[in-house]
Design a protein around this ligand. Structure first.
Ligand code: PLP
Length: 463
């Protein structure tokens, strides 16, 4: 009898022990090594809410107690633990913060979890379009000042921002948060890639420090936490706990994994101690020194370029501009990268990673790098229907060539970064379809929402 097939396990084993695995330049932040205090990673600990582990409703059970310690580590009024990544906190935050069906201002550089919030809440987005480097790398959405931000927000029920970008770029959130609060509307910040910012020198300021009302952390992306762990923090009095609790109960699993919750508890204990902070700060110093060296040898690094324009970049992200695919291939013998597109390759770093090995891998990239970043506007599409209306209408499949002029029924999303190029309800144009092609041929591979069959096509609203 042949052995039963285990396709996923086999692929996992091959990936973990295969060639090019010396370095993990991608999520999760633990990089494959158990951090201190990880003794809970055993099958015996795989339980869910039962007996003494069940929530009590009085804030005295172990989850509530741990969440409250995490909130105090971040200076938040309340923190919720997610075992559904940053996706659940983003979606629940939007539903809790804004009246259903309201018009809200939304950073167009938004992860697909924001689209889920738009569809579930029936919200009407007023898009804020940031600029793009080379058509692929988003820059932060920056208003000219608080008055300009106030104009953008005028008449909306609030704002959703992405901070930092996937590549770790940030701009001050003060104009946005101050303008929203002057209008007494809440700000939700998707800080999925910035869980490691708060309280650490050499990193961008956290959205919590700017006073954002709800802030999401995808902790697994950069911190030593298990994949699928996330946080939602609340502060101030514009959004109540009850609204978040309600949407959390609608969207979250009723059987949370205690392995994942214990990983969050371990992280909160770590955040109450200074040791890891010193390691993060040392990483920032090392990376800033390496940026300088690489730039001198003709390698174009996005993060210092952004800082030279007055922004602040996360030194734990490393984006080299150039021929993304060629650079990823060159790096493949040393490690696996996080993101590849036509104009760049992006690595995610954590304290303790071998920066000498990184330096050896990056230096040869001078061959494919070294050009000046070209800034382009974000391609804007006319919205025929709000996202929710577009997804509830009947849809039909059309071949790719017939798509221009039709209304998208699904989103077109390269992953990573998971930011939709077109969203349901928008009228497709030749320009956006070319953009999708650029992503597919430039390294991202398949763009979600595109039928990869030979004929190729997509779903549009049946007019
Ligand atoms: C900006 C942003 N927000 C939210 C998410 C969702 O995070 P998760 O995959 O942990 O659900 C991602 C994931 O890539 C992201 O990049």
């Amino acid at each position: 009898m042949s052995a039963p097939e285990r396709p996923l396990l086999n692929a996992l084993q091959a990936f973990v022990s295969g060639p090019g695995r010396s370095a993990r330049w991608h999520t999760p932040g633990h990089k494959g090594s158990a951090p201190d205090g990880a003794e809970f990673l055993a099958w015996a600990y795989d339980v869910t809410e039962v007996g003494s582990l069940s929530p009590s409703g009085h804030g005295l059970d172990p989850i509530a107690r741990s969440e409250s310690l995490m909130a105090s580590a971040f200076g938040a009024d309340r923190t919720w633990y997610s075992v559904q990544g940053a996706t659940l906190p983003v979606t629940a935050a939007m539903l809790a913060a804004f009246p259903l069906g309201a018009e809200i201002a939304v950073d167009r550089n938004a992860h697909r979890s924001v689209l889920a919030g738009l569809v579930l809440g029936g919200f009407r987005p007023r898009w804020i379009y940031p600029q793009l480097v080379g058509g692929a790398v988003a820059l932060p959405a920056m208003p000219a000042g608080q008055a300009a931000a106030g104009q953008v927000l005028k008449g909306t029920a609030g704002l959703v921002l992405t901070h930092p970008t996937y590549d770790g770029l940030t701009a001050s959130l003060a104009p946005w948060v101050d303008a929203a609060h002057a209008a007494n509307v809440p700000v939700v910040v998707d800080e999925a890639h910035g869980a490691h910012f708060a309280g650490r020198a050499g990193y961008p300021r956290s959205a919590l420090d700017y006073g954002a009302d709800l802030v999401v952390h995808g902790v697994h992306k950069t911190e030593a936490a298990l994949t699928q762990t996330g946080l939602l923090h609340r502060q101030g009095n514009r959004v109540g706990n009850a609204a978040v609790d309600w949407w959390w109960s609608m969207l979250a699993t009723s059987s949370p994994s205690y392995l994942l919750l214990a990983a969050l508890d371990r992280l909160q204990a770590e955040r109450h101690q200074p040791g890891r902070t010193a390691e993060w700060e040392a990483l920032s110093e090392t990376m800033r020194e390496l940026w300088g060296r690489w730039q001198t040898s003709g390698i174009s690094v996005l993060q210092p370029w952004w800082e030279s324009r007055g922004g602040v970049a996360d030194p734990a992200k490393l984006t080299i501009l150039g021929d993304g695919r060629a650079m990823a291939e060159s790096l493949a013998s040393g490690g696996t990268v996080e993101k590849v597109d036509a104009v760049s390759v992006t690595l995610i770093l954590s304290p303790g990673q071998d920066t000498a090995l990184l330096d050896d891998a990056i230096r040869p990239l001078a061959r494919w790098s070294g050009f000046r970043p070209a800034i382009r506007p974000w391609p804007q599409l006319a919205a025929e229907l709000p996202p929710r209306e577009a997804v509830v209408r009947a849809a039909r499949w059309v071949p790719w060539r017939d798509a221009p002029g039709r209304v998208a029924a699904t989103a077109l999303i390269p992953y990573p970064p998971g930011v939709p190029l077109a969203i349901p309800g928008e009228v497709l144009t030749p320009e956006v379809l070319d953009w999708v092609d650029e992503w597919q041929s430039g390294g991202a591979g398949w763009v979600q929402g595109v039928d990869g069959s030979e004929e190729g096509g997509l779903w549009v609203v049946d007019a």
